[in-house]
Design a protein around this ligand. Structure first.
Ligand code: CA
Length: 226
């Protein structure tokens, strides 16, 4: 059975049901939204692996939904459903960040092959193991090693390290770190972040070379190998 959570945004109930039933039989979890606004709200609020997006929708059309999804930084594959004669729409859809389009009416097998292929590509591109020098973080097993030695981190230290590793070579301000790792803004006079950075340093840098966590004076922190 296939795994994946798919959002189908389609106002024609017959088509929505046909897609939902077919994908469920393949093992996917499928949710349906019947207008553009509802679809956008759900894809922004819930974790989906792929979105099937009809072009002509009430409230907000598919192009607008797709544009907003990309503006918000969501990377999930978007497969658009278009009418047979909508060549311009297809081009516009791909221009604003859709990954593919399927022309209605379509053969379910062909549609399924596209969905599978996009899910596979997106899984391959989402990195699960992060590296810098001899430091390794496996985000799935939440295992951290440096020089082959296992390092025990708290959950917060793990999230902090992951954020730093995903942005190697970039200066990250305390504000960015507090928003991403703590999901809140700290009063800038508190030193919560510095305290956690120092703990993390003791675990991943102390006794090793090169040093990886660097303080950038007046700006924040940076993970880099030098
Ligand atoms: Ca429609």
């Amino acid at each position: 059975m296939s795994e994946g959570r798919i959002l189908v945004v389609e106002d024609e109930a017959k088509i929505a049901n046909f897609i939902q039933k077919g994908l469920r039989e393949e093992g996917y979890t499928v949710e349906v939204a019947s207008d553009g606004e509802q679809g956008l709200r759900r894809v922004l609020a819930e974790p989906f692996d792929l979105m099937v997006l009809d072009l002509t929708l009430p409230e907000m059309d598919g192009l607008e939904v797709c544009r907003t999804v990309r503006d918000k930084g969501l990377l999930l594959p978007v497969v658009m459903l278009t009418a047979r004669d909508g060549v311009e729409d297809k081009v516009r859809g791909l221009d604003i960040g859709a990954d593919d389009y399927v022309t209605k009416p379509f053969e379910f097998e062909e549609f399924l092959a596209r969905v599978r292929s996009h899910l596979r590509k997106s899984r391959q591109s989402s990195q699960t193991v992060l590296h810098i020098a001899d430091l390794v973080l496996d985000t799935r097993s939440r295992r951290v090693e440096r020089g082959g030695r296992l390092i025990e981190l708290s959950l917060k230290e793990m999230s902090l390290l992951q954020f730093l590793m995903e942005h190697q070579g970039e200066v990250l301000s305390r504000l960015e770190i507090s928003e991403r790792v703590w999901d809140i803004h700290f009063d800038t006079t508190t030193n919560v972040i510095d305290v956690h950075i120092n703990r993390l340093r003791k675990k991943v840098d102390y006794g090793y070379t090169p040093q990886l966590i660097h303080t950038v004076r007046g700006a924040g922190y940076m993970l880099k190998e030098e």
